[in-house]
Design a binder for this molecule. Structure first.
Ligand SMILES: Nc1nc2c(c(=O)[nH]1)N[C@H]1C(S)=C(S)[C@@H](COP(=O)(O)OP(=O)(O)OC[C@H]3O[C@@H](n4cnc5c(=O)[nH]c(N)nc54)[C@H](O)[C@@H]3O)O[C@H]1N2
Ligand SMILES: Nc1nc2c(c(=O)[nH]1)N[C@H]1C(S)=C(S)[C@@H](COP(=O)(O)OP(=O)(O)OC[C@H]3O[C@@H](n4cnc5c(=O)[nH]c(N)nc54)[C@H](O)[C@@H]3O)O[C@H]1N2
Ligand code: SF4
Ligand SMILES: [Mo]
Length: 726
């Protein structure tokens, strides 16, 4: 990158795992240093502002704690937690040449000895840039014949549920929320996790719209809403069925839309008939009158839109819950109106050329000569300690911090501590996972590499340019896997593709571009100043996008599927129904645990971190101040246990015990209802006792999509014995 006249501004895209995918303008000074980040004012969703986390991004990019060169674990140092600031002593600096050569040699040896499937890639969405998330890395592991990773950790329960009903992951346009008159935020922490939707909602409210929040926890969004419905965790399917019951009983549904566009209404009607408001009230803790009122308001205040987010699908029955909620807009014909419908994810609108980027065909060209087995990332503990045929002997971690974010942490860490496991970690910081690395590689941030990006919360394609030179010897994901492939002797030309080549491939440049992507090229993105809206014009009059106003379902029946023949064929319930999570107050009979561990635990995300990202940075810690290592409890639960605000408490179940400080909301302002306790995700090494909330979560999977069940966790809490105080 030649130094240009300064100061100058470079268009980048925030690549953190957030629906908003903000356009970020970076100001660069004469020395090539970034001096300012700012939301792109010309981006219709970013609208010139960034969230608090990324407004402080330069503190992260230029943090003194960045990993700046490759390292190798010193021979005598066992794998395991290292105190923050002391990590360097456990490693010795090596060159990239040596790091790559050692990695290639060991992966080859392990592949020869145990078969390539004994190698496990572990990555998620540290970056959601199209190249950084999955391109050269996938090619590499496909050619190697490594186990495939089933990337379930976040959204597969809800995603598969949405697809089972509509056949695709599309939703109401974020910008059209302005036109709504009734907005339900359902398991959606908009202020914490999706802030760029808020101005659209505010605009709608200024025109008289009502905002309803359905969340067990009183988020900032809930406190600012017109109506906060505090639902018991894991009971959303029951509520959705209760609403259907009222809508159908009172003929508030849209007969025309239902007749023309849906499949299985009569069977759904019978099912919903079982869910009277009284019975649903017993499950959800919401009064029958409120359930009726919500149904009536929702069906009669059009356009009505639901912002469903992933909060509801982190329960054991979360797939069915998302399915049931997703059916509501079809029942009332909400999709017909601009500003009506539902948004869970918009990611299905971006037709990237995934086959070209990921090259799954390379599995057949490699030593395996077949499709490799898939390992569920939500059961990493099991994979590293119990999986056989073959056993996992090497793990390559990038874009993820599994030691902190994966459930059932004690088993995960036991696996990661195995001396016979060869672990490579490509990271920006000394995370909890880096503490277990044999080889540690420094990674770039989105300011330091080029990428292209879509979004799961809007409909713009964006180009993210390289704004600054990589810090130290940091290198991008694309670079690392391209170099490694060459050291492994993979001769296919695709391993030499540059980021620009990959971007062109992602956009189908030089071939026939699919509908919605026509004319969107790297050059066009540059010319447009960084972002281009997907080309919906071909399908819609006036350029507004109403995804399901007139059909467009990609289900087997070609309709909205209230009843799923595909589920029936798999032996699953073809209709939505309420099955209480094993670990929940209604699951008592199912496992007997609720007597011992009576409190429902929500191990939530921090408003000022991004999963575990940012947790180590002082500015972000300061913003999160007051919540770090706390357990939010209702006064009643605290009093019953003799616990006062500020007391140190043990939070435990059969999987482990962590110590937190009780944070008891004053009466009337409870953040959480009685029977539910909540805490937030952070790094283990920054948590008292060295473990975060995931020590308590289980590897049980969701009913649909094989996702984790973080929000179906039972615990008990007691005042910590004085001698246990750290
Ligand atoms: N600041 C910040 N922003 C983020 C993230 C972050 O960690 N911090 N993470 C990013 C990621 S990876 C994702 S996937 C998105 C997710 O964004 P969201 O989908 O909003 O995810 P969550 O925060 O898990 O859950 C949202 C809300 O659901 C509530 N909830 C929990 N259980 C239930 C339930 O049973 N029923 C109902 N109705 N509500 C329930 C929680 O209390 C929470 O307030 O956010 C992204 N944005
Ligand atoms: N208890 C509990 N657990 C949870 C959740 C919860 O709500 N509660 N949320 C779950 C959800 S929704 C998700 S999505 C997962 C998220 O889990 P992860 O995807 O592991 O997310 P992060 O914790 O943000 O860790 C991402 C890491 O990637 C690194 N990184 C960023 N960019 C790059 C890059 O370009 N290259 C490389 N090599 N590394 C990079 C960052 O430094 C960071 O350490 O956590 C899950 N775990
Ligand atoms: S984390 Fe989300 S809201 Fe914050 S800058 Fe990135 S995309 Fe925007
Ligand atoms: Mo996520």
């Amino acid at each position: 990158m030649a130094t240009q006249a300064a100061p100058r501004t470079v268009h980048t895209v925030c690549s953190h795992d957030c629906p908003d995918s903000c356009g970020v303008l970076v100001t660069i000074d004469a020395t090539g240093r970034a001096t300012r980040v700012q939301g792109d004012p010309s981006h219709p969703v970013t609208r010139g502002f960034l969230c608090g986390k990324v407004a402080k991004y330069l503190d992260r990019v230029y943090s003194p704690d960045r990993l700046l060169y490759p390292m190798r674990r010193r021979a005598a140092v066992p794998k395991g937690p290292l105190a923050q600031g002391r990590e360097l002593a456990a490693f010795e600096r090596i060159s990239w040449d040596e790091a790559l050569a050692t990695t290639a040699t060991l992966l080859q040896k392990i592949s020869d000895e145990y078969g390539p499937e004994s190698i496990l890639p572990y990555s998620y969405a540290g970056t959601i840039g199209v190249l950084g998330y999955g391109s050269m890395d996938r090619r590499f592991f496909h050619r190697l014949g490594a186990s495939q990773l089933d990337r379930t950790i976040c959204s597969t329960a809800g995603g598969d549920a949405l697809v089972s009903v509509y056949g695709r992951k599309l939703g109401t346009d974020t910008e059209d929320f302005r036109e709504a008159r009734y907005i339900i935020a359902w398991g959606a922490n908009i202020h914490g996790n999706n802030i760029h939707l808020w101005p659209m909602i505010e605009e709608a409210r200024r025109k008289g719209a009502k905002l309803v929040v359905i969340d067990p926890y009183a988020t900032r969004t809930a406190r600012l809403a017109d109506w906060h419905i505090s639902i018991r965790p894991g009971t959303d399917a029951a509520l959705a069925l209760g609403l259907m019951h009222v809508l159908i009983r009172e003929s508030l549904y849209d007969r025309e839309y239902v007749d023309e566009h849906t499949h299985g209404f009569e069977r759904l009607r019978k099912r919903a008939a079982e869910y009277t408001p009284e019975c649903v009230s017993r499950y959800t803790g919401i009064s029958a009158a409120d359930i009726e009122r919500l149904a009536r308001e929702y069906a009669t205040t059009l356009p009505a839109v639901i912002r469903m987010n992933y909060g509801i699908q982190r329960a054991e029955n979360g797939g069915t819950a998302a399915r049931a909620v997703a059916m509501l807009p079809a029942l009332i014909g909400a999709w017909k109106h601009r500003g009506g419908g539902l948004q869970l994810s918009t990611s299905g609108a971006f037709p990237w050329d995934k086959r070209a980027l990921e090259r799954p065909d390379l599995m057949l060209a490699g030593p395996l000569k077949r499709v490799a087995r898939a390992v569920n990332m939500a059961q990493l503990g099991h994979a590293l300690t119990e999986l056989d045929a073959p056993r996992i002997h090497a793990m390559f971690v990038y874009n993820s911090n599994p030691a902190a974010i994966a459930p059932d942490q004690s088993q995960v860490l036991r696996g990661m501590a195995r001396p016979d496991l060869f672990t490579v970690v490509h990271e920006q910081f000394f995370t909890d996972t880096a503490d277990y690395a044999d080889i540690l590689l420094p990674a770039t941030t989105f300011l330091e590499h080029k990428d292209v990006q879509g979004a799961y919360g809007h409909y713009y394609v964006q180009i993210s340019n390289q704004a600054i030179e990589p810090l130290g010897e940091a290198r991008s994901n694309v670079w690392v896997f391209s170099e490694l492939a060459q050291r492994m002797g993979f001769s296919e030309p695709c391993f030499r593709d540059t980021p620009d080549d990959l971007i062109a491939q992602a956009l189908h440049e030089g071939g026939e571009q699919p509908l919605w992507m026509e004319g969107i090229t790297a050059q066009a993105l540059d010319d447009a100043g960084g972002h281009i809206r997907l080309k919906f014009e071909a399908e819609t009059a006036g350029g507004r996008f109403l995804p399901f106003a007139h059909g467009g379902f990609k289900t087997p029946s070609g309709k909205v599927e209230f009843y799923s023949e595909a589920f029936a064929a798999q032996g699953l319930d073809p209709l939505p129904g309420f099955v209480p999570p094993t670990e929940s107050r209604h699951g008592v009979q199912a496992n007997g645990d609720a007597g011992v561990y009576p409190l429902e635990f929500l191990p939530r995300k921090a408003d000022n971190y991004m999963n575990s990202t940012f947790a180590n940075l002082p500015v972000h810690q300061k913003m999160e101040n007051g919540y770090h290592a706390t357990l939010e409890m209702h006064q009643d639960d605290a009093s019953q246990r003799g616990i006062a605000d500020g007391d140190l408490v043990d939070v435990f179940n059969a999987r482990g015990r962590i110590q937190l400080t009780a944070r008891i909301s004053a009466n009337g302002h409870a953040s959480i209802p009685a029977g539910v306790v909540a805490s937030r995700l952070s790094w283990n090494k920054l948590s008292p006792g060295g473990h975060n909330v995931n020590l308590l979560t289980s590897q049980r999977l969701t009913d649909i999509g094989g996702g984790p069940t973080f929000y179906s966790t039972l615990v008990e809490v007691r005042k910590a014995a004085p001698e246990a105080k750290p």
